[in-house]
Design a protein around this ligand. Structure first.
Ligand code: BGC
Length: 708
């Protein structure tokens, strides 16, 4: 390969114009990958130029953001994470790969496995929430789903765990903002999902937009070379985020595009997304000896290795018919299952599932029939005409059982006009139950869509107040890209179902949950704050020297002219106390579960032992249901302070009424390792607490000891 041909492989462009325009560059070997090309006929035409008309015939790698579905849209990843079911993530990714590869796409920029503990950040929707273990499990499942059994399977697409790394810790939840994550926290919290994805064979990685402690990820040799390649043995390739190489100019990390190319390549970036600094400046940087040709050779090898693994050299073309693949019946069924399992029942005063005695339902709220909005963020290819909304599904599936009166009250989530609310109230007055579908439009979360206020937008709060004032029981269903501060709406509602943005099949899934054909089983994958001022609020925090007792005097009980009191006080907010609205791992069912007989195989273990924990779970209610059983540990004393709890295992267990099953967790002691005071990953001997529980704030504490 000539130097220009090598650098060409390192260049990714976004599709533009006609085939001839791009063909000129492809023919000269100046493009390695194209993103945002989704028409299989065009993909084949472009590929033909690369394979048949360029000197070396190297096929292009066609990429697209297929984040939670290509055509058939699954719940947003945060919703999928609420299922605590890696099978849901794997199946969703597999189907996405089947649909996307049919269009000629062989590479997607997913999974997004940024740990996010700030729901103001719009991109919280794209990831699995706050927990490194849950995110690792879901991330690995997603990689498996995209990449299939073998990358060379024509329905496999290369995964790209992103954003490497720390992007979710953006200060103040404002997108693209700086992060300040010290190395120990980086290693204990932010890196584990990426390490798990590397071990699962993820083919590519994407750098992140943020600068961490002053170093933009795209120029960060420590994470791209020392950790990713050195420590984890990654042999795929690293792509920048969109123009994140040249964005280092705005960061103030490089002076110009030439220095951007220099610092990116020398840090370990292999491919540049859309900002052309590599093609424009690498030739002279090599001539000047600032970039070694060996670095270019390495990058090209990394890229070609993945192209070979994808089988692109043998099968560069796709068949050009997609009708039997897009929105296939089986895909829609899987999307519905995912939406069922993603919904979290946050409150239920016995109103759900709706009883036979309910004859009339008032369906209100701007999200009841919003085919575009329920798909959520990052939907380039999903067609809203295939969306099944809750209103349509209730009418279609349960229209013979109940009379449905539809009065949205507001026309979209930000609608401030209260004019329609009186009609919604009139509908509520005529109904036995109000079903209120509220939340956020798709555009209010996702990239560059951070919010400082997490209350329901527009006049939605007034709508809920008004329908609740009729005295009719209100079932509030929230569709959103993030946890919203819905404390007041929870108070006013007889039941609350949190559905996130549930995707194409959200309607039938929610209808079946509401009418009892399905039973909710989702759990919060991220802490729900009471108010924005509590953020960051997450379960795996460290203790202060003055942990909250939850008996603190709150603002309304402080006498006027109270004297200064700080001694003996604790770490809490005068106005919000200490606890969130809902803790991590929380979610109800229509049935109830009892946890009995929790037993540990040993009370003293050595570092290479496996702790076996068993628990009998009984369905004590009247519905068949699924419980997500969670195992948490606490390392009591460390060379550095440790989280008060860490999720280490979870499993879903389905039980018929009255049925008991024993859940068994095997936990190798080595999984208690963390990066300690010497920045060494190790298990420190000592006392541990252990909980097997229904959420992160419940359950009795057990204990065991790790011996020297
Ligand atoms: C986003 C990435 C995405 C890329 C390509 C960027 O703006 O941060 O997550 O994959 O665009 O569309």
């Amino acid at each position: 390969m000539t130097l220009e041909e090598k650098i060409g492989q390192m260049n990714q462009i976004s599709s533009y114009g006609n085939i001839e325009d791009m063909g000129v560059l492809i023919k000269r070997g100046e493009i390695g990958s194209i993103l945002n090309e989704v028409d299989p006929v065009r993909v084949n035409a472009l590929q033909r130029v690369a394979v048949e008309e360029s000197r070396l015939g190297i096929p292009l790698l066609i990429a697209r953001d297929v984040i939670h579905g290509f055509k058939t849209i699954f719940p947003i990843p945060l919703g999928q994470a609420a299922s605590f079911n890696p099978g849901i993530a794997e199946e969703g990714a597999r189907i996405s790969a089947i649909e996307a590869s049919a269009a000629g796409i062989r590479w997607t920029f997913a999974p997004m496995i940024d740990i996010a503990r700030d729901p103001r950040w719009g991109r919280v929707a794209e990831g699995c929430g706050e927990d490194p273990y849950l995110t690792s499990v879901m991330g690995v499942a997603t990689v498996r789903g995209y990449q299939g059994e073998s990358l060379s399977d024509p329905t496999s697409i290369a995964a790209c765990p992103k954003h490497f790394v720390g992007y979710g810790a953006a200060e103040g939840g404002r997108d693209y903002n700086s992060t300040f994550i010290p190395e120990r926290q980086l290693r204990n919290v932010y890196l584990p999902p990426f390490e798990a994805a590397a071990k699962a064979g993820a083919a590519t990685y994407m750098t992140s937009f943020n600068d961490n402690d002053g170093v933009p990820s795209t120029g960060n040799k420590f994470i791209l070379q020392d950790v990713l390649r050195g420590e984890w043995g990654f042999d795929g390739f690293v792509v920048t985020d969109w123009a994140s190489a040249t964005e280092m100019i705005a960061h103030g990390f490089v002076a110009d595009a030439k220095e951007a190319a220099l610092k990116s390549v020398n840090a370990g970036v292999d491919m540049e997304m859309v900002s052309y600094s590599f093609v424009n400046y690498l030739p002279e940087l090599i001539k000047e000896g600032k970039v070694k040709e060996s670095a270019i050779n390495e990058a090209v090898r990394n890229i070609l290795r993945i192209k070979f693994r994808l089988g692109l050299f043998d099968h560069p073309y796709v068949r050009e018919t997609t009708e039997d693949i897009f929105y296939a019946e089986a895909h829609l069924e899987a999307a519905k299952r995912a939406a069922v399992e993603s919904a979290i029942l946050l409150k239920n005063e016995g109103i759900l599932p709706l009883k036979e005695s309910v004859c009339t339902v008032a369906v209100v709220g701007p999200l009841a029939d919003a085919p575009h909005e329920q798909l959520g963020t990052w939907i380039f290819d999903g067609d809203k005409n295939y969306t099944q909304t809750p209103l349509a599904a209730i009418r279609q599936l349960y229209g013979d059982r109940v009379e449905v009166i539809y009065e949205p009250g507001l026309s979209y989530s930000r609608d401030k006009s209260t004019e329609g609310i009186s009609r919604a109230v009139a509908a509520a007055a005529r109904a036995d139950v109000v079903l209120a579908f509220v939340g956020e439009e798709a555009i209010l979360s996702g990239e560059a869509h951070s919010l400082a206020d997490l209350h329901l937008q527009g006049a939605q709060s007034q709508l809920i107040e008004a329908v609740a004032a009729t005295g009719k029981p209100v079932v509030t269903v929230v569709m959103a890209g993030r946890p919203l501060t819905i404390g007041r709406q929870v108070e006013l509602s007889a039941a609350v179902l949190y559905a996130f943005h549930p995707g194409t099949m959200g309607g039938p899934a929610l209808a079946d949950l509401i009418f009892g054909k399905e039973v909710p089983s989702g759990k919060t994958p991220i802490t729900f704050p009471k108010m924005v001022g509590q953020i960051p609020v997450y379960y795996a925090h460290h203790n202060t020297g003055r942990p909250a007792s939850r008996t603190e005097t709150l603002i309304d009980d402080i006498p006027v002219e109270a004297g200064q009191t700080s001694l003996g006080n604790t770490s809490f907010y005068l106005d919000a106390g200490f606890d969130p609205l809902y803790p991590f791992g929380y979610g109800l069912s229509y049935t109830t579960f009892r946890y009995d007989n929790i037993r540990l195989s040993d009370s003293e273990l050595k570092k290479n032992d496996i702790l076996t924990v068993e628990c009998d779970i009984t369905n004590t209610g009247e519905y068949e249901g699924t419980e997500v059983v969670q195992l948490y540990v606490q390392d009591k004393v460390g060379s550095v302070t440790r989280p008060v709890k860490e999720l280490k295992r979870f499993t879903r267990v389905n039980l018929k009424p009255g049925e008991t099953r024993t859940v068994v967790f095997d936990l190798p002691v080595e999984e208690l390792a963390f990066w300690n005071i010497d920045m060494v990953r190790t298990v420190e001997p000592g006392d541990f607490g252990l909980w097997v529980a229904t959420h992160s704030q419940s359950g009795d504490e057990f204990s065991f000891k790790v011996m020297d």
